[in-house]
Design a protein around this ligand. Structure first.
Ligand SMILES: C[S@@+](CC[C@H](N)C(=O)[O-])C[C@H]1O[C@@H](n2cnc3c(N)ncnc32)[C@H](O)[C@@H]1O
Length: 264
């Protein structure tokens, strides 16, 4: 199969086919979470690093007012085109999740499936939390979902997804190449194998995720006291089953509430 070296997020059509089909559990969980945790009624949402807007489009269709940013222009164009096609404002824009402001504060925000781990340093991760705290109304909620690096060797080193729409099929593999414990950088390999009736090819990319242990995440979260940790979940996305974090916890969703200067 021909292999092209390309940047994973420069192919929103393939990204969205794979991950866009996997929205329902997160969507249901987030919606239930807004009801469970927010002290205000949730209508306006912001997604930092929204990518193709696979979740934003579902929330828009469900009556929420949505907006988001992302560094990748291809993803933003894809997101806005789909919002417009469905009769919504093209409310996503190119921007950095660690350096953004919103014109109108929102009721809730979310950042799922490891997106946050793209932020390369502690200072930048902290800047992200400050931006989120600034963008939320008092009582608003932030859901932050990522994989922690457990102390024991990870159970699953490779993840595979596949999806088909019409004549297009995509199989994606993602695996951990190596972790540099000192710099907390995990090199990740990713491929998309693309199948159409006339051609087959592979897009191969490498990206870097910052690693977090449970403790390192707690140390980071306390640096933004306006975001108070309420609960934690895992990627089963069961709103009735918060989890206790241990040294071996891998996937986690933090529920953070915007409080005024650390006071509810
Ligand atoms: C795994 S995708 C997730 C997209 C979307 N949040 C979702 O759940 O489908 C990660 C996204 O983060 C974006 N990204 C990475 N670093 C970023 C940054 N500093 N600011 C904004 N977006 C960023 C990438 O361009 C990519 O679209």
């Amino acid at each position: 199969m021909e292999t092209i070296s390309g940047h994973l997020y420069d192919y929103p059509k393939y990204y969205d086919l794979i991950f866009g089909s996997d929205w329902a559990a997160e969507f249901k969980f987030l919606k239930a979470g807004f009801l469970k945790y927010s002290t205000r009624s949730v209508h306006q949402l912001f997604e930092p690093a929204c990518g193709t807007g696979r979740l934003l489009i579902q929330f828009a269709k469900s009556g929420f007012e949505v907006a988001g940013n992302d560094l990748n222009k291809h993803a933003i164009d894809f997101c806005n085109r789909r919002l417009e096609r469905n009769g919504f404002k093209p409310s996503a824009y190119v921007g950095d999740m660690a350096d953004f402001k919103v014109k109108k504060k929102v009721d809730a925000a979310f950042n799922m499936i490891n997106t946050f781990r793209h932020l390369p340093s502690e200072t930048i991760a902290e800047a992200h939390l400050h931006c989120v705290a600034d963008c939320l109304k008092s009582g608003g909620i932030y859901f932050l979902g990522l994989h922690l690096t457990p102390q024991s060797p990870p159970k699953c080193a490779t993840e595979t997804w596949s999806a088909t729409r019409g004549h297009l099929s995509v199989v994606s593999n993602l695996w951990s190449i190596a972790i540099d414990k000192k710099t907390r950088a995990e090199r990740i390999g990713v491929t998309y194998d693309v199948y159409t009736p006339t051609k087959q090819f592979r897009i191969a990319d490498e990206t870097v995720f910052r690693t977090y242990s449970a403790e390192q995440m707690f140390d980071l979260l306390v640096k933004e006291p306006r975001l108070r940790l309420l609960d934690m979940y895992d990627f089963r996305y069961d709103i009735d089953s918060p989890i206790d974090v241990t040294a071996d916890t891998e996937d986690i969703v933090y529920v953070l509430k915007r409080v005024w200067d650390g006071v509810t």
